[in-house]
Design a protein around this ligand. Structure first.
Ligand code: BTN
Length: 250
């Protein structure tokens, strides 16, 4: 039976990557749905599309949620992404009063800068997702970021240091709140929540595809996660590597 996201938390002072740790755990033992691996420091944090996730130790939240009984078909995997993005985005807005957007698929941005990122690694059994590892990097107390990477943190937005444990506990309540939709596969509620925070949804934004720069409008996300954009009056569908966003500060 499912108790809650974070009913069991494995806290580590250092690990290569919480996503890797979660994958090994799933291979070696029976893991209950909603288990979390939380680390103070990652020596080989992984980002999307093979990038690295490097942040200062003990200043941020870096964790992975393991979901094991979703019964979601692989071609509807975007629901998991929407769940994670909504949990982070609504938490930031309601708990810290930090206005933010979701940048497709699941970056959280404040004034054009990234404050949180998500790396989802699914394993399939036939056409169904058997396990999902949802890795979250959320910048909380870090004040300095390398130039040019366009990152920010709660500290940089509010000018006040936060208690990481307290923030994490509150954040989990948002993962649980949106889990109710995910568990029921209530696409409409999840997508409505996602669209209302989505950067560029029904508004013109600067984009770049293989043919170059243009101004387009996001019209829809398909349940497999591809993005449908209105490009000069015609609909174009993109997967992750095919489109770049040119972020502007608000
Ligand atoms: C991104 O590129 O935006 C995704 C970043 C995801 C980083 C988190 S930190 C915790 C978990 N473990 C990892 O190795 N990566 C994810």
């Amino acid at each position: 039976m499912f108790s809650s996201v974070g009913h069991s938390i494995i806290s580590l002072s250092e690990v290569d990557s919480t996503n890797n740790y979660a994958a090994i755990l799933l291979n070696e033992t029976k893991v209950t749905n909603g288990t979390i691996i939380l680390a103070k420091n990652q020596t080989k944090g992984k980002g999307q599309l093979g990038s690295v996730w490097v942040v200062e130790p003990s200043k941020n939240l870096t964790f992975s949620v393991i979901l094991t009984d979703l019964k979601i078909q692989a071609n509807r995997q975007f629901l998991i992404s929407a769940w994670a993005a909504c949990s982070l985005s609504y938490f930031l807005e309601e708990y810290f009063a930090i206005k933010n957007h979701i940048k497709w698929p699941n970056d959280i941005i404040v004034n054009g800068k990234k404050i949180a990122g998500v790396l989802i690694e699914n394993s399939l059994k036939g056409q169904e997702i058997q396990h999902s590892i949802i890795g979250v990097g959320f910048n909380i107390n870090q004040a300095n970021f390398p130039k040019g990477i366009g990152a920010t943190s709660v500290f940089n937005e509010l000018g006040k240091e936060q208690n990481l444990d307290a923030v994490f506990e509150q954040l989990l309540s948002y993962f649980n709140r949106f889990y109710l939709y995910l568990a029921k596969q209530d696409d409409k509620s999840l997508f409505d929540a996602y669209y209302s925070k989505l950067y560029g949804y029904n508004t013109k934004i600067a984009l770049k595809d293989n043919d170059g720069y243009y101004e387009g409008t996001i019209k829809q996300i398909l349940s497999d996660g591809r993005l449908v954009v209105d490009k000069n009056g015609a609909e174009k569908t993109y997967s992750l590597k095919e489109l770049e966003f040119l972020m502007k500060s608000e």
